[in-house]
Design a protein around this ligand. Structure first.
Ligand code: PBG
Ligand code: ZN
Length: 323
Protein backbone atom coordinates (compact mmCIF):
# COMPACT_ATOMS: atom_id res chain seq x y z
CA UNK A 1 0.00 0.00 0.00
CA UNK A 2 1.17 3.49 -0.75
CA UNK A 3 1.25 5.09 2.69
CA UNK A 4 1.43 8.89 2.58
CA UNK A 5 2.00 8.94 6.32
CA UNK A 6 5.49 7.34 6.03
CA UNK A 7 7.03 10.70 5.23
CA UNK A 8 5.14 12.43 8.02
CA UNK A 9 6.29 10.28 10.91
CA UNK A 10 9.58 12.07 11.59
CA UNK A 11 10.11 15.81 12.09
CA UNK A 12 13.42 15.93 10.25
CA UNK A 13 11.93 14.08 7.33
CA UNK A 14 8.93 16.41 7.30
CA UNK A 15 11.33 19.35 7.12
CA UNK A 16 13.20 17.69 4.26
CA UNK A 17 10.18 17.04 2.08
CA UNK A 18 8.64 20.46 2.70
CA UNK A 19 7.89 22.03 -0.68
CA UNK A 20 7.57 25.69 0.26
CA UNK A 21 9.17 28.07 2.73
CA UNK A 22 8.73 31.63 3.83
CA UNK A 23 11.99 33.58 3.99
CA UNK A 24 12.49 36.92 5.66
CA UNK A 25 14.09 38.27 2.45
CA UNK A 26 10.75 37.91 0.71
CA UNK A 27 8.83 40.11 3.13
CA UNK A 28 7.92 43.71 2.35
CA UNK A 29 6.64 45.90 5.17
CA UNK A 30 4.12 48.68 4.35
CA UNK A 31 4.74 51.90 6.28
CA UNK A 32 2.51 54.99 6.56
CA UNK A 33 4.34 58.30 6.67
CA UNK A 34 2.35 61.34 7.74
CA UNK A 35 3.24 64.98 7.31
CA UNK A 36 3.61 66.76 10.65
CA UNK A 37 5.65 66.39 13.80
CA UNK A 38 5.82 63.95 16.65
CA UNK A 39 3.13 61.74 15.17
CA UNK A 40 2.81 58.09 16.09
CA UNK A 41 -0.91 57.64 15.47
CA UNK A 42 -2.26 54.11 15.87
CA UNK A 43 -4.63 52.91 13.16
CA UNK A 44 -7.61 51.63 15.09
CA UNK A 45 -8.63 48.89 12.68
CA UNK A 46 -5.04 47.67 12.30
CA UNK A 47 -3.67 46.86 15.77
CA UNK A 48 0.11 47.34 15.86
CA UNK A 49 0.16 49.66 12.83
CA UNK A 50 0.68 53.42 13.15
CA UNK A 51 1.16 56.47 11.01
CA UNK A 52 4.55 58.06 11.69
CA UNK A 53 5.80 61.56 11.05
CA UNK A 54 9.31 61.87 9.64
CA UNK A 55 10.87 62.57 13.04
CA UNK A 56 9.31 59.41 14.55
CA UNK A 57 9.70 57.19 11.48
CA UNK A 58 13.17 55.96 12.50
CA UNK A 59 11.63 54.18 15.50
CA UNK A 60 9.64 51.97 13.16
CA UNK A 61 12.48 51.60 10.66
CA UNK A 62 14.85 50.56 13.45
CA UNK A 63 12.36 47.87 14.44
CA UNK A 64 12.13 46.83 10.79
CA UNK A 65 15.88 46.52 10.36
CA UNK A 66 16.27 44.79 13.75
CA UNK A 67 13.66 42.24 12.74
CA UNK A 68 15.72 41.49 9.65
CA UNK A 69 13.12 42.83 7.21
CA UNK A 70 14.91 44.47 4.28
CA UNK A 71 12.22 46.20 2.25
CA UNK A 72 9.53 48.76 3.01
CA UNK A 73 6.64 50.02 0.90
CA UNK A 74 5.92 53.66 1.67
CA UNK A 75 2.50 55.33 1.70
CA UNK A 76 2.24 59.08 2.25
CA UNK A 77 -0.37 61.02 4.19
CA UNK A 78 -0.12 64.71 3.30
CA UNK A 79 -1.15 67.61 5.55
CA UNK A 80 -3.29 69.08 2.77
CA UNK A 81 -5.34 67.39 0.10
CA UNK A 82 -6.62 69.09 -3.05
CA UNK A 83 -8.58 68.33 -6.22
CA UNK A 84 -5.52 67.26 -8.21
CA UNK A 85 -3.56 65.55 -5.43
CA UNK A 86 -0.65 67.93 -5.92
CA UNK A 87 1.15 66.77 -2.76
CA UNK A 88 1.65 63.40 -4.48
CA UNK A 89 4.03 64.79 -7.11
CA UNK A 90 5.61 67.60 -5.10
CA UNK A 91 9.37 67.04 -5.06
CA UNK A 92 9.32 68.18 -1.44
CA UNK A 93 6.25 66.16 -0.51
CA UNK A 94 6.15 63.68 2.31
CA UNK A 95 7.33 60.67 0.27
CA UNK A 96 10.38 62.34 -1.31
CA UNK A 97 11.30 63.65 2.16
CA UNK A 98 10.91 60.21 3.71
CA UNK A 99 12.87 58.54 0.92
CA UNK A 100 15.75 61.02 1.26
CA UNK A 101 15.85 60.47 5.02
CA UNK A 102 15.92 56.69 4.59
CA UNK A 103 18.59 56.94 1.90
CA UNK A 104 20.77 58.90 4.30
CA UNK A 105 20.23 56.83 7.44
CA UNK A 106 19.41 53.27 6.32
CA UNK A 107 21.90 52.01 3.80
CA UNK A 108 20.58 48.49 3.64
CA UNK A 109 16.85 49.12 3.39
CA UNK A 110 15.16 48.73 0.01
CA UNK A 111 12.64 51.52 -0.47
CA UNK A 112 9.54 50.92 -2.53
CA UNK A 113 7.23 53.87 -3.11
CA UNK A 114 3.52 53.41 -3.78
CA UNK A 115 2.34 55.76 -6.53
CA UNK A 116 -1.29 56.84 -6.43
CA UNK A 117 -3.36 59.97 -5.98
CA UNK A 118 -6.05 58.77 -3.56
CA UNK A 119 -4.16 59.65 -0.36
CA UNK A 120 -3.63 63.15 -1.77
CA UNK A 121 -6.92 64.07 -3.44
CA UNK A 122 -9.76 65.82 -1.59
CA UNK A 123 -12.26 63.46 -3.29
CA UNK A 124 -10.23 60.36 -2.41
CA UNK A 125 -10.17 58.88 -5.90
CA UNK A 126 -7.04 57.45 -7.53
CA UNK A 127 -7.31 59.77 -10.53
CA UNK A 128 -8.46 63.24 -11.53
CA UNK A 129 -12.21 63.80 -11.38
CA UNK A 130 -14.42 65.83 -13.73
CA UNK A 131 -18.18 65.92 -13.29
CA UNK A 132 -18.15 62.71 -11.31
CA UNK A 133 -16.01 60.83 -13.82
CA UNK A 134 -12.58 59.46 -12.91
CA UNK A 135 -10.39 60.61 -15.78
CA UNK A 136 -7.83 58.23 -17.21
CA UNK A 137 -5.45 59.87 -19.67
CA UNK A 138 -5.41 63.20 -17.85
CA UNK A 139 -4.23 61.37 -14.72
CA UNK A 140 -1.23 59.69 -16.34
CA UNK A 141 1.17 62.67 -16.39
CA UNK A 142 0.54 63.25 -12.68
CA UNK A 143 1.35 59.64 -11.82
CA UNK A 144 4.46 59.85 -13.98
CA UNK A 145 5.51 63.05 -12.22
CA UNK A 146 5.07 61.37 -8.83
CA UNK A 147 7.15 58.38 -9.95
CA UNK A 148 9.96 60.66 -11.15
CA UNK A 149 9.87 62.68 -7.90
CA UNK A 150 10.20 59.49 -5.82
CA UNK A 151 12.94 58.03 -8.03
CA UNK A 152 14.82 61.31 -7.87
CA UNK A 153 14.63 61.21 -4.07
CA UNK A 154 16.21 57.77 -4.23
CA UNK A 155 13.36 55.25 -4.24
CA UNK A 156 14.55 51.81 -5.38
CA UNK A 157 11.22 50.59 -6.75
CA UNK A 158 8.13 52.42 -8.06
CA UNK A 159 4.79 50.74 -7.32
CA UNK A 160 1.75 52.26 -9.10
CA UNK A 161 -1.53 51.21 -7.46
CA UNK A 162 -4.05 53.48 -9.24
CA UNK A 163 -5.34 51.07 -11.94
CA UNK A 164 -5.54 53.71 -14.68
CA UNK A 165 -4.98 52.21 -18.15
CA UNK A 166 -1.60 53.00 -19.65
CA UNK A 167 0.03 54.21 -16.46
CA UNK A 168 2.93 51.77 -16.57
CA UNK A 169 3.93 53.01 -20.04
CA UNK A 170 3.58 56.63 -18.93
CA UNK A 171 5.72 56.00 -15.83
CA UNK A 172 8.34 53.96 -17.72
CA UNK A 173 8.70 56.66 -20.38
CA UNK A 174 9.04 59.41 -17.80
CA UNK A 175 11.55 57.47 -15.68
CA UNK A 176 13.67 56.67 -18.73
CA UNK A 177 13.54 60.25 -19.97
CA UNK A 178 14.85 61.45 -16.62
CA UNK A 179 17.63 58.87 -16.62
CA UNK A 180 16.14 56.35 -14.20
CA UNK A 181 16.46 53.48 -16.65
CA UNK A 182 17.28 51.00 -13.90
CA UNK A 183 14.43 51.82 -11.54
CA UNK A 184 12.04 48.86 -11.63
CA UNK A 185 8.26 49.16 -11.75
CA UNK A 186 6.28 46.91 -9.45
CA UNK A 187 2.81 47.19 -10.88
CA UNK A 188 -0.42 46.48 -9.03
CA UNK A 189 -1.70 44.78 -12.17
CA UNK A 190 -4.41 42.51 -10.79
CA UNK A 191 -6.05 44.75 -8.24
CA UNK A 192 -9.66 44.01 -7.41
CA UNK A 193 -12.31 46.44 -6.13
CA UNK A 194 -12.34 44.91 -2.68
CA UNK A 195 -13.96 45.34 0.70
CA UNK A 196 -10.66 44.13 2.16
CA UNK A 197 -9.10 47.60 1.72
CA UNK A 198 -11.33 49.13 4.39
CA UNK A 199 -8.77 49.40 7.20
CA UNK A 200 -6.14 50.77 4.80
CA UNK A 201 -8.47 53.61 3.92
CA UNK A 202 -8.70 54.46 7.64
CA UNK A 203 -4.92 54.29 7.82
CA UNK A 204 -4.35 56.44 4.73
CA UNK A 205 -7.50 58.53 5.06
CA UNK A 206 -8.15 57.74 1.42
CA UNK A 207 -11.76 56.51 1.22
CA UNK A 208 -13.48 57.90 -1.89
CA UNK A 209 -15.73 60.85 -1.02
CA UNK A 210 -18.34 59.78 -3.58
CA UNK A 211 -19.01 56.55 -5.43
CA UNK A 212 -16.51 53.71 -5.34
CA UNK A 213 -13.51 52.41 -7.27
CA UNK A 214 -15.37 49.97 -9.51
CA UNK A 215 -14.76 51.91 -12.72
CA UNK A 216 -11.02 51.34 -12.40
CA UNK A 217 -10.34 48.44 -10.04
CA UNK A 218 -11.31 44.93 -11.18
CA UNK A 219 -14.57 43.09 -10.60
CA UNK A 220 -13.97 40.35 -7.96
CA UNK A 221 -15.80 37.91 -10.23
CA UNK A 222 -13.21 38.11 -13.03
CA UNK A 223 -10.17 35.85 -12.91
CA UNK A 224 -9.41 35.60 -16.62
CA UNK A 225 -9.51 39.36 -17.02
CA UNK A 226 -6.63 39.60 -14.53
CA UNK A 227 -4.40 37.95 -17.12
CA UNK A 228 -5.16 40.72 -19.60
CA UNK A 229 -4.28 43.33 -16.99
CA UNK A 230 -0.97 41.59 -16.34
CA UNK A 231 -0.25 41.17 -20.04
CA UNK A 232 -0.80 44.87 -20.65
CA UNK A 233 1.34 45.99 -17.75
CA UNK A 234 4.19 43.70 -18.80
CA UNK A 235 3.94 44.95 -22.38
CA UNK A 236 4.13 48.51 -21.04
CA UNK A 237 7.28 47.73 -19.09
CA UNK A 238 6.36 46.42 -15.64
CA UNK A 239 9.16 44.38 -14.05
CA UNK A 240 7.09 42.71 -11.34
CA UNK A 241 3.39 42.19 -10.72
CA UNK A 242 1.22 42.47 -7.61
CA UNK A 243 -1.86 40.33 -7.09
CA UNK A 244 -4.22 41.87 -4.56
CA UNK A 245 -5.97 41.08 -2.26
CA UNK A 246 -4.19 37.80 -1.61
CA UNK A 247 -6.26 35.35 0.41
CA UNK A 248 -9.51 35.40 -1.54
CA UNK A 249 -7.62 35.54 -4.88
CA UNK A 250 -5.03 32.77 -4.63
CA UNK A 251 -6.40 31.26 -7.83
CA UNK A 252 -5.61 34.49 -9.67
CA UNK A 253 -2.07 34.48 -8.31
CA UNK A 254 -1.52 30.90 -9.43
CA UNK A 255 -2.85 31.67 -12.92
CA UNK A 256 -0.54 34.66 -13.28
CA UNK A 257 2.43 32.62 -12.09
CA UNK A 258 1.63 29.87 -14.58
CA UNK A 259 1.28 32.29 -17.49
CA UNK A 260 4.09 34.79 -17.00
CA UNK A 261 7.72 34.43 -16.11
CA UNK A 262 8.06 37.47 -13.85
CA UNK A 263 8.19 37.75 -10.07
CA UNK A 264 4.67 37.87 -8.65
CA UNK A 265 4.07 39.61 -5.35
CA UNK A 266 1.21 38.80 -2.98
CA UNK A 267 -0.32 41.78 -1.17
CA UNK A 268 -1.73 40.49 2.12
CA UNK A 269 -4.03 43.50 2.52
CA UNK A 270 -5.29 45.49 5.48
CA UNK A 271 -8.65 43.72 5.85
CA UNK A 272 -6.92 40.34 5.90
CA UNK A 273 -4.63 41.63 8.62
CA UNK A 274 -7.54 43.12 10.59
CA UNK A 275 -9.49 39.86 10.55
CA UNK A 276 -6.56 37.88 11.91
CA UNK A 277 -5.86 40.50 14.58
CA UNK A 278 -9.49 40.69 15.68
CA UNK A 279 -9.93 36.93 15.96
CA UNK A 280 -6.60 36.59 17.75
CA UNK A 281 -7.51 39.34 20.23
CA UNK A 282 -10.62 37.36 21.08
CA UNK A 283 -8.57 34.24 21.63
CA UNK A 284 -10.42 32.49 18.81
CA UNK A 285 -7.38 31.58 16.73
CA UNK A 286 -3.68 30.93 17.25
CA UNK A 287 -2.31 34.07 15.60
CA UNK A 288 1.19 32.87 14.90
CA UNK A 289 -0.03 29.67 13.38
CA UNK A 290 -2.62 31.39 11.20
CA UNK A 291 -0.25 34.10 9.97
CA UNK A 292 2.43 31.60 8.99
CA UNK A 293 -0.15 29.40 7.32
CA UNK A 294 -1.42 32.35 5.28
CA UNK A 295 2.09 33.38 4.23
CA UNK A 296 2.88 29.81 3.25
CA UNK A 297 -0.34 29.74 1.23
CA UNK A 298 0.91 32.70 -0.82
CA UNK A 299 4.17 30.89 -1.48
CA UNK A 300 2.34 27.70 -2.46
CA UNK A 301 0.25 29.75 -4.89
CA UNK A 302 3.52 30.88 -6.49
CA UNK A 303 4.20 34.27 -4.93
CA UNK A 304 7.87 35.27 -5.00
CA UNK A 305 7.45 38.07 -2.40
CA UNK A 306 4.85 39.06 0.15
CA UNK A 307 3.74 42.53 1.19
CA UNK A 308 2.32 42.13 4.69
CA UNK A 309 1.57 44.17 7.80
CA UNK A 310 2.59 41.04 9.75
CA UNK A 311 6.16 41.33 8.38
CA UNK A 312 7.91 42.22 11.64
CA UNK A 313 6.11 39.57 13.69
CA UNK A 314 6.59 36.97 10.98
CA UNK A 315 10.29 37.80 10.78
CA UNK A 316 10.63 37.25 14.53
CA UNK A 317 8.80 33.93 14.32
CA UNK A 318 10.97 32.79 11.41
CA UNK A 319 14.06 33.64 13.44
CA UNK A 320 12.77 31.55 16.35
CA UNK A 321 12.09 28.59 14.07
CA UNK A 322 15.68 28.67 12.92
CA UNK A 323 17.02 28.31 16.46
C1 PBG B 1 -4.13 53.07 -2.99
C2 PBG B 1 -3.92 51.75 -2.34
C3 PBG B 1 -4.85 50.97 -1.64
C4 PBG B 1 -4.16 49.87 -1.16
C5 PBG B 1 -2.85 49.97 -1.62
N1 PBG B 1 -2.71 51.14 -2.35
C6 PBG B 1 -6.27 51.23 -1.30
C7 PBG B 1 -7.27 51.34 -2.34
O1 PBG B 1 -7.03 51.10 -3.53
O2 PBG B 1 -8.37 51.73 -1.96
C8 PBG B 1 -4.76 48.79 -0.31
C9 PBG B 1 -3.83 48.22 0.70
C10 PBG B 1 -4.48 47.50 1.82
O3 PBG B 1 -5.71 47.38 1.96
O4 PBG B 1 -3.70 47.02 2.66
N2 PBG B 1 -4.55 53.01 -4.31
ZN1 ZN C 1 -5.36 54.98 -5.02
Amino acid sequence: MDRMRRLRMNGILRDMVRENHVRVDELIYPVFVAEGENICRPVESMPGICQYSLDRLPEELDRTVDAGVRAVLLFGIPAHKDETGSAAYDGNGIIPQAVRMIRERYEDLLVMADVCLCEYTSHGHCGLVREGEILNDETLPLLAAAAVAYARAGADVIAPSDMMDGRVAAIRTALDREGFIHTPILSYAAKFASGYYGPFRDAAQSAPGFGDRRTYQMDPANGREALREVEQDLAEGADMIIAKPALAYLDVMREIVNHYNVPVVAYNVSGEYAMVKAAAANGWIDERRIVMENLLGFKRAGARMIITYHALEAAAWLQEERR
